[in-house]
Design a protein around this ligand. Structure first.
Ligand SMILES: [Zn+2]
Ligand SMILES: [Zn+2]
Length: 874
């Protein structure tokens, strides 16, 4: 029988020889060397039901950060659980390579700008840096023990992948989804590229509101430099201050163009002066008016953020400099009427936080068909459900089509040329992909005019164009229709990229296959720093996974991920949680170390489970298995791990083992029953732990069974014995109470106790467990105890006696002690004290009883309605 594979086999410790201390570093490294990648490969020929995970392809920064690690832990729990359930699981790993951060890094590392070298050379540098970064991140992933399917790794910058991106571009162009147009787009002048609305983040900024004289009308604006691009002035039609202007034209100060005065209900008369200038383009509202009133286009700002020729003397200035210069000139010309600081919500580039400009540009777009996206989104199961609303809200407010062209270099080229002679757009055939039009030429002359000179499209594709077909790629898309393994079963991702990755994937999936991309989407939260804030360099609250791995190991980290929060919620990092996780591991190791030698070579044996405590344990185990399984099905990893922890720590270790220890060391025939129960329980426990702590579980299972737990099926254990459940609960409670009794009286827990008579409603046969656990003679009785109850003495409540009797308190107490016993139990209303009759205040004293059975003194302990008579050993 093949038990383990790989070269690490010879390094395994002999099964059964269990070291006292669990050395996580040694164990984790050893299993990582022993496990084979092949065991996690998806099998395309397998008849087993498939489970395909559309894993996020991270951006190769070289740093697999704690947020990634959390998300991947969730994915790995699912992948391992589904494999144990018999699914043919694909847990692929992609790398979303293209994009600006790598370009910037390359410029830094080589001390160049992208224009210093050829495009191809610059791309080569980017690919090289990316390859190095991927390797660094792979290393962290392996240290975390993920069961990644490395045979399904993909790298978006490589031709095998980006030719699919280009193919999807051609398909969507031909089916009318993609078009090219001059249209206003969000533009980052620092990144020098167009960006999509999904990439605009809004921030509160302080800015100056300048009020000035605009041809006799006062106007307030935060962008005086846009006067050069002013195409109209608008007022509210109901604003009587401006009735005189209706139908008039005004002259723009400094620039001289004549502009109409429009009346539009969207103008807020309470903002600024109530009159606004419309420029191309100050904001989205300007765009709406521009379109609605068919206004001319005046471009005052270029792609680099400098003023254009129409800005006259300000041409060539940076936007901010022009703003100051114009404000200064207004002052000189005596046009300035006021300046005040205001806070404003400004759209900024999500990467570099530079305020975006709206520039009218020739760009490529994908048509957003809202209904299609929403319909497919509704067919997907969202976990948690409320995340679907976030997508729906976003889609509802998408007004502009998705701008997919970028003015960068390290990205998938747009496979298009234009004929120099007639301007015809030339597309390659799918067979010629991948293609870089700046390097290669079309295979044939221009079909329209026969021209042979072409201008390549230099724009490249948005990186979301690469990553939004990840699911098509992993399911085997070849460009034609629906991929063979479509749709995937699960998309795991963070809530921060719902409007981008989730939304674009659904859009593309519907456009290319007509179907939803996945059956379900699992949305996880972000990891916050110990201070409760998002981790960031500036706050200095970043924790790297490596730091935790070094101190507590991968399995503790994984446990922390599982127990942190419900999926969907943000998780605050906390060292204490990691320490608690490592403590549970130590506790579990001690449990295993205790149990294993008792089981010996009978692991997996089928001894009969007869004793009450053993049947109780299996009943509880069965309940735990059901609870853990349903939590796993709901991706409630925190609940699953909590149920395992409570079972292992409280029920198995603290209650059961303490109860049956004596039997395990004895020669009793029912010892075998305990061994069978422990063997079943340990096996089930380790298998339930396997998805969460794969190294630890593997080590334990190696000692238990000598084979890999990761090839075992998920636990299906149904053992229900309601009577044993109920009586076992009672038994463990009684033993626990009596142990507390011993402890409270300063007795050693193993000290001889004496005789215990336990009176229960129905008979209990505990196979002598209570007697051994308590070191007592135990008699179980079902008859009513014939208790003789006597008042022994009384206890005074000085809080009542003191104030009531003051100086006569002692006298009162002595008198009480002389009362007949019956009066102590039922105090009289009054009594005689030194000749005076005085009332006895309620609650002044309470009697202490002693008990006897058959004339023998006993102590009584009650556990619910069970009475235990204790005759202490002398
Ligand atoms: Zn930017
Ligand atoms: Zn032509």
């Amino acid at each position: 029988m093949r038990r383990y594979n790989g070269n690490g086999r010879r390094n395994l410790p002999p099964a059964g020889e269990i070291p006292k201390h669990y050395d996580f570093t040694e164990v984790e490294e050893r299993w990582q060397r022993t496990w084979r990648d092949e065991d996690n490969y998806f099998d395309r020929r397998s008849p087993r039901p498939r489970y395909i995970i559309d894993t996020p392809p991270p951006y190769p920064t070289g740093n697999f950060h704690i947020g990634n690690a959390l998300n991947w832990c969730y994915i790995d729990f699912i992948a391992r659980y589904r494999r144990m359930q018999g699914f043919n699981v694909m847990f692929p790993q992609g790398w979303d390579c293209h994009g600006l951060p790598t370009e910037v890094k390359v410029e830094e590392e080589h001390g160049i700008t992208k224009n210093d070298v050829s495009r191809e050379e610059f791309r080569r540098m980017c690919r090289e840096l990316t390859a190095r970064n991927i390797e660094l991140m792979r290393r962290t992933m392996r240290r975390l023990g993920f069961s990644t399917d490395w045979s399904n790794e993909y790298v978006t910058m490589l031709p095998e992948y980006f030719s699919k991106t280009q193919r999807s571009f051609l398909r969507m162009f031909h089916s009318g989804y993609i078009y090219q147009a001059e249209h206003p787009v969000n533009f980052c002048i620092r990144c020098e590229t167009a960006i999509a609305f999904a990439e605009v983040t809004y921030q509160e900024r302080e800015t100056t509101l300048t009020t000035f004289d605009f041809d006799g009308v006062e106007i307030a604006t935060t962008r005086p430099e846009l006067l050069a691009a002013c195409v109209a002035v608008a007022v509210n039609p109901d604003d009587e201050r401006f009735t005189r202007l209706h139908g008039k034209e005004l002259t723009v100060p400094f620039f001289g163009q004549r502009v109409p005065v429009l009346q539009d209900g969207a103008v807020d008369p309470t903002f600024g002066t109530g009159a606004v200038m419309i420029c191309t383009f100050g904001d989205k509202q300007d765009f709406h008016w521009w379109k609605e009133y068919n206004l001319p286009l005046r471009k005052a700002i270029d792609r680099k953020g400098t003023m254009t020729g129409i800005a006259g003397k300000y041409a060539g200035m940076r936007v901010e400099d022009a703003r100051k210069a114009i404000a200064g000139d207004m002052k000189k010309a005596n046009l300035l009427r006021g300046e005040k600081r205001i806070t404003q919500r400004v759209g900024t580039c999500w990467r570099c936080k530079t305020p975006i400009e709206i520039l009218s540009e020739r760009q490529w777009f994908i048509r957003v068909k809202h209904d299609e996206i929403l319909r497919a989104a509704r067919e997907v199961t969202w976990i948690p459900e409320y995340m679907r609303t976030r997508l729906e809200n976003w889609v509802a407010q998408m007004e502009w089509d998705w701008c997919i062209s970028r003015q960068r270099i390290f990205a998938t080229p747009i496979p298009v040329w234009f004929c120099d002679a007639c301007g015809e757009m030339i597309l390659p055939s799918e067979d010629d992909l991948p293609v870089d039009p700046t390097v290669a030429l079309p295979k044939a002359p221009c079909p329209k005019c026969g021209g042979v000179k072409f201008t390549p499209e230099e724009d490249v594709l948005d990186t979301w164009m690469d990553s939004s077909i990840s699911v098509l790629h992993v399911t085997g898309w070849d460009g034609s229709g629906t991929p063979p393994l479509f749709p995937a079963q699960l998309r795991p991702q963070g809530h921060d990229i719902i409007r981008t990755w989730a939304c674009y994937t659904i859009l593309r999936s519907v456009a290319l296959t007509g179907q939803k991309p996945w059956e379900g989407i699992l949305v996880n939260g972000m990891v916050l720093g110990e201070d409760g804030f998002k981790m960031s360099k500036s706050r200095g609250n970043i924790i790297q996974p490596e730091e935790i791995l070094g101190k507590y190991g991968a399995d503790s980290f994984r446990q922390w991920s599982a127990s942190g929060a419900a999926t969907g919620s943000d998780v605050m990092f906390n060292w204490n949680d990691v320490v608690a996780a490592s403590r549970l591991q130590t506790k579990l190791w001690n449990i295993v170390r205790f149990i294993l030698p008792k089981i010996g070579d009978r692991a997996g044996g089928t001894g009969e489970v007869t004793a009450l405590a053993d049947r109780w344990l299996l009943d509880r185990l069965s309940g735990t298995v059901a609870e853990v399984t349903s939590a796993m099905e709901a991706y409630a990893f925190d609940q699953a791990l909590k149920a395992i922890r409570e079972f292992a720590w409280n029920i198995l270790a603290d209650e059961y083992i303490e109860l049956v220890k004596g039997r395990l060391y004895s020669e009793e025939p029912e010892r075998e029953s305990a061994i069978a129960a422990l063997s079943i329980t340990l096996d089930a426990l380790i298998r339930m732990l396997a998805p969460f702590v794969p190294h630890f579980a593997e080590e334990c299972y190696h000692h238990l069974k000598g084979r890999s737990v990761h090839r075992e099926p998920w636990v299906e254990f149904g053992f229900r014995d309601a009577a044993a459940g109920e009586k076992g609960d009672l038994l463990t409670r009684i033993v626990s109470e009596l142990r507390t009794y011993k402890h409270d009286r300063g007795m050693a827990l193993n000290a001889p106790f004496g005789r215990l008579t336990i009176y229960t409603k129905s008979p209990v046969d505990d196979s002598g467990d209570a007697a051994r656990a308590l070191n007592a003679e135990v008699l179980w009785r079902t008859e009513e105890p014939l208790l003789e109850k006597r008042v022994q003495d009384v206890k005074f409540n000085m809080g009542i006696v003191g104030p009531a009797f003051k100086g006569r308190a002692r006298e009162f107490m002595d008198a009480v002690r002389r009362l007949p016993r019956e009066s102590l139990e039922n105090p009289p209303a009054a009594m005689v004290l030194g000749g005076d009759e005085v009332p006895v205040p309620a609650g002044a004293f309470t009697p202490n009883f002693t008990y006897a059975i058959g004339g023998k003194d006993v102590e009584i302990v009650t556990v619910g309605d069970v009475i235990v008579a204790v005759e202490r050993a002398p």
